[in-house]
Write a protein that binds this ligand. Structure first.
Ligand code: MRU
Length: 343
């Protein structure tokens, strides 16, 4: 029976009449499905920094909607206070381009006229709603284009979570999986655990199980041997920022999968909306990689995984060079090398 998209979860919900933003708190998954309302800029900023809401498209959309929700709850929001909030949210995480992209669109609304008060808030709410609707539509388009790459009984290896919980819609890397299954094909997913914050095992596995997609979790270090054993048909990942030449920043560990896929002559696909393309970055070396707290690696909850004072590397992302990418699936179609993205 074809998959129904009905059970695919939504990372965030927007209630336009009350200008209320609710998110699934992804730090709590898979143990608890907890929703939170984000009412202030402090709450939106904290939710993005601590990965309560995460994934490149989702943080852009959450920042835009959160800006409106918080301004709507202020007694006297001014142009200056909203401009300061936009600047703050644009800086909350550095690698995903969707965040500054969404904040630039909100800033353009302010710069386009001299509206203040309720009129300005209406204009910002309308723009944030457009960003939300566009993200949902881009995910659907990625699903339509990418599904053509997945044969019946395909086994897709993915890393981190580039599913519905990373977007406002049905995801990027997982969108072709959902679309192919909705068309009646059988697809299974291998979700790499994704050390250190385990977005693969905690979030991708939860999301796919809930949606009814067969999923198997493996540790990151098992991926290459699964490829060698013929258990994987393709690697399909998301992106936080794609440079003009196709170099792709995505969750740390993505690069190793691309190297292993090339060694085993497997296709390595990147799926991302147009909002993840940074045509102003000529190549991957121009992309700023977020460095996160050492305790994310040294500890899990109250358990020590390493000596308390040991030095740690904890970059959140790596860059996969374009020469290892077989194709980039965007809402506009499937692009193959040589890549040349323009504004
Ligand atoms: O640190 P995270 O969980 O926000 O990292 C997310 C990823 O790396 C995703 O693969 C990427 O943002 C694409 S999401 C459609």
């Amino acid at each position: 029976m074809p998959l129904s998209l009905h059970h695919v979860p939504r990372a965030l919900t927007w209630h336009p009449e009350t200008r209320t933003l609710r998110i699934i708190d992804q730090r709590r998954l898979p143990e608890a499905l907890v929703e939170r309302e984000l009412c202030t800029i402090d709450e939106v900023d904290d939710a993005i920094r601590t990965l309560a809401v995460r994934g490149a498209p989702a943080i852009g959309v959450a920042a835009a909607l959160g800006l409106v929700a918080s301004a709507a709850r202020e007694a006297h929001p001014t142009r200056a206070s909203i401009i300061a909030a936009i600047a703050r949210l644009a800086r909350s995480r550095p690698t995903a381009v969707n965040l500054p992209w969404a904040m630039a669109r909100m800033r353009q609304v302010i710069d386009a006229g001299d509206a203040d008060g309720a009129l300005l808030l209406d204009a910002l709410a309308a723009e944030a709603a457009r960003i939300l609707a566009e993200d949902i539509a881009m995910c659907e388009a990625i699903g339509r284009h990418g599904a053509a790459l997945l044969a019946d009984e395909a086994c897709v290896l993915t890393h981190c979570n580039a599913g519905a919980l990373a977007t406002a819609g049905i995801g990027t890397a997982l969108a072709p999986v959902y679309a192919a299954m909705a068309e009646g094909r059988r697809v299974e997913v291998i979700a790499c655990e994704t050390r250190p914050l385990l977005q693969g095992s905690r979030i991708t596995a939860w999301e796919l199980q809930r949606a009814g997609v067969p999923v198997t979790v493996c540790t990151d270090s098992m991926a290459a041997s699964l490829m060698r054993d013929g258990r994987v048909d393709c690697v399909l990942v998301g992106a936080d920022r794609i440079a003009s030449n196709g170099d792709t920043a995505n969750k740390i560990g993505t690069y190793s999968h691309a190297v292993a896929a090339r060694h085993h002559a497997l296709p390595f696909y990147v799926a991302a909306p147009s909002s993840s393309i940074d045509a102003a970055a000529p190549r991957g070396s121009a992309i700023v990689i977020e460095q996160r707290d050492a305790d994310e690696v040294r500890r899990v909850g109250d358990r020590a995984l390493a000596p308390a004072d040991v030095r740690v590397h904890n970059p959140a992302f790596d860059v996969t060079p374009a020469e290892l990418v077989t194709a980039i699936i965007t809402d506009r179609g499937i692009r193959r090398p040589p890549f040349r993205f323009t504004a």
